[in-house]
Design a protein around this ligand. Sequence first.
Ligand code: FES
Length: 166
Amino acid sequence: MKINTRELSTIVDKYHNEKSALIAVLQDVQEEYHWLPPEAIQFVSDKLNIPLIDVYGVATFYRAFSLTPRGEHIVTVCLGTACHVRGAPLVKDRLVNLLKIEPGCTTSDGKFTLESVNCLGACALAPIVVVDGNYHGQTTVKKVDQIIEKYKKKKTKKKTTRKRKK
Ligand code: FES
């Protein structure tokens, strides 16, 4: 994958090349690419002078980081018991039909990644679909159509590169 080294440099420089800022740097890189491409990990390793194995150690330790390509929008459907008994399988099937991908996959245009989880800890709102961290409770097949339609038109906001105060 072609990475923009100037953009990556800006990210790392923002943290003054501090090794202790590795997690923050990786978060910003992931926000930029929606995942952590190997070339970007190598770049961060070189720039922060942290052994590659240690950067991978952090990247694989935290669930928030992805080492595989992810879409612009992350759609998570809960299939836990409370959601299941309130129609989550139908909601999931609708998402699969709309996005034409199975959970764990990303659409070919890179717009959506579909994931499933076993409980989001908000069972009272079952069935739940979360898109980019926004909870959509008491979801129905009809609501799913509206939600996806809305996100198809929406672009992910890119984080602005700000200088960190020292
Ligand atoms: S089972 Fe879906 S939020 Fe708990």
